[in-house]
Structures are given as C-alpha cells and as structure tokens.
Ligand binder design. Sequence first.
Ligand SMILES: NC(=O)c1ccc[n+]([C@@H]2O[C@H](COP(=O)([O-])OP(=O)(O)OC[C@H]3O[C@@H](n4cnc5c(N)ncnc54)[C@H](OP(=O)(O)O)[C@@H]3O)[C@@H](O)[C@H]2O)c1
Length: 375
Amino acid sequence: MGTTVSSFTRSSSGVDGLPSIDMALQQQKALLLPSKGAPFALGTRAIPKPRLGQVLIKIESAAINPCDYYIEQYGVLLDGYPGIAGNDGAGTVEVLGEGVTSLQKGDRVLFQCWYTIDRGTFQQYALADAPRAAKIPKTLSFDEASTIPSCVITAAIGLYAPVGARGGAALTPPWAPGGLGKYRNQPALVIGGSSSVGQFALQFLKLSGFSPIITTASTRNIEYVKAAGATHVIDYHTTPYPALPGAIAGITTQLVPVIYDAISSEDSQKAAWALLAPHGKLIVTLQPVVGKPGEEAEDGKRLVHVFGNVNDPDNVRFGDELFSVLTGLLESGAIKPNKVEVVEGGLAGLPKAVERVGKRDVSAVKLVAHPQETP
Ligand SMILES: NC(=O)c1ccc[n+]([C@@H]2O[C@H](COP(=O)([O-])OP(=O)(O)OC[C@H]3O[C@@H](n4cnc5c(N)ncnc54)[C@H](OP(=O)(O)O)[C@@H]3O)[C@@H](O)[C@H]2O)c1
C-alpha cells in the first residue's frame, strides 16, 4: 500500500494487536513531508518491514530536535520525498529482522533515526539497526528515554569520537579503561549548558573529571546546569560573549583545553577560540566560523564540527561502542535524561512544537510527542 497525505485511513482492525507477520501489510499514521520545502502533513503509509540486522519499533515517544525544523524549512538531510523527519524515538520492539539476536520482541528501546522514510520517528512505527537500539532501564519512562539519543550522541561524538572531518575531539571516554576522571583539575567550558546537547556535554565532562566546569545559561537555569555538572555558571544575558574571556579569567587562570559550544553563534565561537589553550579542542554544533574542522591550527588548536548521528557511516563504529555502554550509563544514573514537556495531539501536535524548538522557544526542556495518541 502506498502513502496517503492529509487524510487518515483506518483498517477495520487498526494497527495495534496485529500478528507480527501481517504488520508489513498494514497502514500507520505518519507526519509526512510531501515534497522538499512543503510543510508537514498528516497521512498514512505502510508499516515498513525490518531488513537484515534491523528491528521494527512501535514508537511511544518521539522527541523534537532543532534539526527537525531545518529538515522541514530547508529541505535538508532527507534522501527523498515524501519523507519523514523525527530524529529520536523510544518504544517497543515489534518485529525482529533476520540475524537479530541482541534484542527480543517486547524490549523497550531508544534509538536515533537515519534520513530515509522508514527510519524517521514522526510516525507510529520505524526501523532501526539493532546494534544502535539501546534497551531502556526500568527506571526511565519512554518520554525520558526519547530525550536521550541525538543529544547524548552529539555530546559524546564531539568529545570522544576519533579526530576526523566529521569526527570528535578524541578524548578518552569515561567508559574506556582509565577514562573515568582522567582529566581531573583541567578546566572545561560548555557554551549553552541548559540546551539539550549542552546538559549532556556537562554530564560527560563531569564523568571525565574536568574541573572547574564552566557554562553559560540563563540565571533561571543555574540549579539545572549545576545538577548536570557545572561548577560555575555565567549568565550570557548579562555577560555577552565578547566579555566571556574576562569573566572566565575570574574563575581560572588556565586557558581551557576543551570547549563544547552547543550554541555555536559567531560571537560564541569567537570567544571560545580565544579562550582555547594551545592544542585544545573546540567542538561546534553549527557551521564553523573560526577555523577548518579536522585541521590543526598553528598553535595546535583543533576545531571539531560534530555530526551527531550514529547511523552516519563515519560514526557507526563509534556509535556501536557508545550504544554497547549506554544502557549501563543510564541504569547507574551516570547519565540522566532531560526534562520532558509532552506535546498534546500525538503526531498532529508536532508541527507547532517543531516550530517552537526551531525558533529556540524552549528552555532546559525537551518537547516530546506520543505518535500512538494521534487522533
Ligand atoms: N551538529 C549536530 O549534529 C547537531 C546535533 C544536535 C543539535 N545541534 C545544534 O545544536 C544546537 C543546540 O541544540 P539543542 O537541541 O541542544 O537546543 P535546545 O535545547 O533546543 O536549545 C535551547 C537552549 O538554548 C539555550 N540558549 C539559547 N541561546 C543561548 C546563548 N546565546 N547562550 C547560551 N545558551 C543559549 C537556552 O538557554 P537558557 O534557556 O538557559 O537561556 C535553552 O535552554 C542547535 O543549534 C542545534 O541545531 C547540532
């Protein structure tokens, strides 16, 4: 069966409760992007069938990222149209593809998309590669779990993936031998510590032992970023980025060897580059303005432009490593999920919520929708 845009067709039996064997023939509700640059439209499409090494996941919670706004507004990333956005999902394994032994039907998992129509999370069922679908500990809800994939991945790749054009800063990760606490007494800076990516960067830097860990955020989020690992918080409203080096000089006399810029504006990147120690690493999440990624500057400084997707061929190996330890990090509480705000209306509530996230009208929270509750 094909794709229907702007209408709902319900099979008489619905999609829930069908025997797995028939699922590939059934329809699901989906938030489609009918063509490049066109707005989101509710519709239906066939539930995909997992291929070798994949699983089909019934999505209970889909979290929103700024990237979903870029996909809709600028027509980036998707491999074709109609397409489906949605980078992050959490739900239940429904069908195992051939060769999958690491997961069972009924497992609760969190996962990240790839940019094909079957793998976006703004639909009721999506496919994921089994090695990069992590089991969710009992202590976490689907909503909490859905806040994790893209932002943990973007923080972790930036800090710990090998150096490369789309790699990372190659620090020893806290899950590797000798990595936990390895960088004690070295300062680190996170620009935008209350952003979803920034608060995971703070959590990882704390596990890595950095101290002090300085961050920028609004004053209302001081306690939030301190809980994530910040030791010092600078309000970027009262201390704009050109004044940041002066403010940091009052906290540490050392230049900073690792800076994670989760905001990556021109101002913030320039301030970060000025604060970076020789041979230090600056990680940016948007287009770099202060140097060329992957190339060493004269004083040994390096700029990392992170591509935070574990399903990118360049990141699959690191992604497999991260996903092999992720459940444990969540179970032990070493890494904690973001705060959640649930969007009403299931998939129908997403277009407005995506616009809010894209226009940065959120503060220290992740917006999450429930695809199964689509009217
Ligand atoms: N390259 C990649 O693969 C990749 C992956 C993920 C995200 N990103 C990018 O990374 C950025 C962050 O994404 P996100 O999902 O973490 O964003 P987010 O949580 O939606 O961002 C909202 C937060 O940004 C903070 N903020 C806004 N302007 C700020 C500034 N000038 N200085 C410090 N904090 C500021 C706000 O802090 P207060 O409320 O405290 O003011 C708020 O908590 C986005 O631009 C996104 O597109 C890139």
